[in-house]
Design a protein around this ligand. Structure first.
Ligand SMILES: *Cc1c(COP(=O)(O)O)cnc(C)c1O
Length: 393
């Protein structure tokens, strides 16, 4: 049963590819092979703005252009401001660098003991297992290495990284990312997850992937078997706009959930994509309907050429303020800034504390009403009234 949403349809269909046999369309290898990965291919399908033409011609030097037919279908081709389009079709603005922007915006390069292994937090590591993705997000925080368009020449070193993890007993949490780990074939994933599982101190294994969103066809029964075999494997997906919550994504997340994979979502706050309360609310409600728990809402990293997609921090705070208390707590993500220079993720919250003094904490609730709570137990504990004297007022 698909969730019902009174506001709009959950997009479905092959759109421009309705002539393609369904068996091809639903095959992830077909989707990858038929990706729109050159300005020429793209211009056959959509009328590009001059801005986009400029961006597309430059993409091969910065971050490759690549869009799966499935995801391309979600674009409203009549609308140059379509929120899907903005995430995935390059624009000339990407070439312009603002002074605050950085090639390595969250300072990963300084904390890589092995190429592709980021050990920033004491008990967990980020393991980059590939530089490839099914499609490329134009605001990619790792565009220096992802898609290998720049001179980075990224090569994951599985054995070295695994050895590092084996030798560091403090690492209890391993996060596979990239690039997109779910582009590895089942055999390779089986190998990597098996190796990690065999390390006694690794308690928690998770994968960051946008494949369910770009390429839901990849979520096959045999992939789910790999997750079952090595589970629990946790998954963080990346959905930014309610239009991405399609029947296909619903099917994919259902399959994963039934294979015992808990799923969270990480969104990036993007200018003109999801930077308003109603869009965000619709998104997180749909995620809950898909058993996906909104995890983080990221302030967009200071990646080079991202100014047109970034939005003010105040906007993010305002959105969280509009959600907390007003809708299901389960649906409210934690808004974070991944600090430039390698400080890690820092929670950014609306202010609910009016005052803290020796006696009490003065709080403001979601409606702006003031409440007080004693700062500590008074210490003057009276004995409980004997039975019969207890009066509830
Ligand atoms: C985001 C991130 C993690 C995981 O952080 P959580 O807050 O535990 O989800 C780990 N390592 C690095 C380098 C990260 O950027």
């Amino acid at each position: 049963m698909y969730p019902k949403d009174s506001k709009s349809e959950w997009h479905r269909g092959q759109g421009l590819w309705s002539h393609v046999p369904e068996s091809d369309w639903n095959n992830w290898a077909w989707q990858l092979k038929n990706r729109i990965n050159s300005p020429e291919k793209l211009e056959k399908l959509i009328e590009l703005t001059p801005e986009e033409k400029e961006g597309c011609n430059y993409a091969k030097h910065k971050l490759a252009l690549s869009i799966t037919p499935y995801f391309f279908n979600l674009i409203d081709r009549e609308d140059p401001n379509c929120p899907i389009r903005k995430q995935i079709i390059p624009r000339g603005n990407e070439i312009h660098v603002s002074p605050e922007e950085l090639l390595d915006p969250v300072g990963e390069e300084n904390t890589m003991p092995v190429q592709g292994l980021v050990h920033r937090y004491p008990d967990r590591v980020l393991f980059l297992v590939t530089s490839q993705c099914a499609s490329y997000c134009r605001y990619c925080t790792r565009s220096r290495l992802v898609s290998n368009a720049q001179d980075y020449n990224f090569r994951p070193r599985y054995e070295k990284a695994l050895n590092y993890i084996r030798e560091h007993a403090e690492v209890r949490d391993v996060l596979l990312s990239g690039g997109d780990p779910l582009l590895l074939n089942d055999r390779r994933l089986d190998f990597l997850l098996g190796e990690l599982r065999s390390i006694p101190h690794v308690e928690f294994i998770r994968i960051g992937s946008r494949v369910p969103v770009f390429l839901p066809q990849r979520i096959t029964d045999s992939l789910c078997d790999v997750f079952r075999k090595h589970g629990p494997i946790w998954l963080s997906i990346h959905v930014n706009h309610p239009k991405e919550c399609t029947h296909d994504l619903f099917d994919a997340t259902q399959k994963l959930s039934y294979a015992g994979v808990p799923i969270g979502n990480q969104s990036v706050l993007l200018n003109g994509v999801n930077d308003n309360l109603e869009t965000m609310k619709s998104l997180i409600h749909r995620l809950l309907m898909m058993r996906v728990r909104p995890y983080y809402l990221y302030q967009c990293d200071l990646i080079t050429g991202s100014a047109h997609l970034r939005t003010s921090v105040m906007k993010g705070i305002e959105i969280i303020k509009g959600l907390r208390g007003h809708t299901s707590g389960y649906s409210v993500p934690q808004y974070v800034i991944d600090a430039p220079g390698g400080g890690g993720k820092i929670p950014i919250n609306p202010e609910y504390i009016e005052e803290i003094n020796d006696k009490e904490i003065v709080l403001k609730n979601y409606e702006g009403k003031i409440y007080k709570y004693p700062i500590k137990p008074s210490g003057q504990n009276a004995p409980l009234p004997v039975e019969g004297e207890l009066v509830l007022s």
